[in-house]
Write a protein that binds this ligand. Structure first.
Ligand SMILES: CC(C)(COP(=O)(O)OP(=O)(O)OC[C@H]1O[C@@H](n2cnc3c(N)ncnc32)[C@H](O)[C@@H]1OP(=O)(O)O)[C@@H](O)C(=O)NCCC(=O)NCCS
Length: 300
């Protein structure tokens, strides 16, 4: 084997998604969850590449891409969005080499926190991360439900959803919520989400007060959802689920931290089911997870 490592190019990011889907489905099928991934547009990868290409790497073997890694940095956080090795090449040190290279990205960017979300049932990935000083810290569950079951549950009149746009005042409001929920602003990531044709962003209002934000994808997926105070989580999620259900998508899904009791209660009340157990891994504690629901394992 003569595996080489090099920075990724923009024109191969979409092709890399095929490797990732193969690697995910191999893992989830082996663990009895069935195939879960399908190839999607590499829009966030391309956006991140244009912002800062230092976190995107590939491993090649005889001209074939056999591994890929993608990390982004936002404020003080370095986040490993993807690390995938072709099934036939796993267990031979490629993942370790890719991780080493993306961790240099964290050092170069002066990140204070290193984090990622991985599969709870993957002992190999968790073993690899804890050998690099990142420890399992927070369970995160993918929840899903049929639209009809959600529609029964109703909404919370306290929280109103108003469409967000990429204006200076809305970006400032979104960033302010991030500061209280996460401790850093994801301004650039909001500009990305607000430009996505398949996603709608909303500011959450309690009367005249902006108490949070949420994004709803046309697939029926909810998130990220952030609130400035934890007592707003339950009404915010209830109102969001109603809007997501009314939009006609079937099913409706969300990614909920295992310590966010308010969100878990709402999910249970709405008869949502856990479809996937995952875990947030990091080298130090960060964020208030009673105030923040990640979008997915790559975006956080
Ligand atoms: C997870 C993954 C990226 C690791 O890459 P890899 O090339 O297979 O792994 P490597 O051979 O580089 O490293 C394996 C490391 O895993 C750890 N490991 C392996 N099995 C382990 C176990 N049972 N318990 C604890 N740690 C284990 C060890 O630290 C080992 O390193 P070491 O041999 O130096 O001790 C790869 O297996 C993969 O793509 N898996 C499927 C998709 C996935 O889960 N990706 C992670 C998403 S965040």
């Amino acid at each position: 084997m003569s595996v080489t490592f090099r920075p990724a190019r923009a024109d191969e990011l979409q092709r890399i998604q095929e490797l990732i889907v193969t690697s995910i489905n191999d893992l989830t099928e082996r663990h009895g969850f069935g195939a879960m991934a399908t190839v999607r547009p590499a829009a966030f990868q391309l956006f991140s590449f244009k912002e800062d290409p230092r976190g995107l790497w590939v491993a090649e073997d005889g001209g074939d891409i056999v591994g890929s890694a993608f990390s982004w940095v936002c404020g003080e956080l370095w986040f490993l969005a993807e690390l995938f090795i072709a099934p036939r090449m796993q267990g031979s040190g490629i993942g370790r080499e890719m991780l080493r290279r993306t961790l240099c990205h964290a050092d170069e960017a002066g990140a204070k926190t290193r984090a990622l979300i991985t599969f709870t049932f993957n002992t190999i990935s968790q073993g690899l991360y804890l050998r690099h000083g990142m420890f399992p810290r927070l369970p995160v569950y993918m929840f899903s439900a049929e639209r009809k079951a959600l529609a029964i549950a109703g909404a919370d009149a306290r929280v109103e959803l108003r469409r967000a746009e990429a204006s200076e005042s809305h970006i400032a409001a979104l960033a302010a919520v991030d500061m209280s929920a996460l401790g850093f602003s994801r301004e650039n990531h909001h500009r990305y989400l607000l430009s996505e044709p398949t996603t709608k962003g909303f500011l959450l209002y309690d009367g005249d007060e902006c108490i949070g934000y949420v994004y709803i994808a046309s697939t029926g997926h909810v998130g990220p959802l952030a609130v400035a105070r934890s007592d707003a989580m339950a009404p915010a999620l209830r109102s969001t689920l109603r809007i997501a259900a009314e939009s006609g998508s079937d099913p409706v899904s969300a990614f909920l931290p295992g310590t966010c009791e308010a969100a878990l209660r709402v999910a249970a009340d709405h008869r949502m089911r856990i479809t996937f157990p995952m875990v947030l891994v990091s080298d130090r504690a960060f964020g208030d997870w009673s105030c923040y629901l990640p979008r997915n394992p790559g975006f956080m």
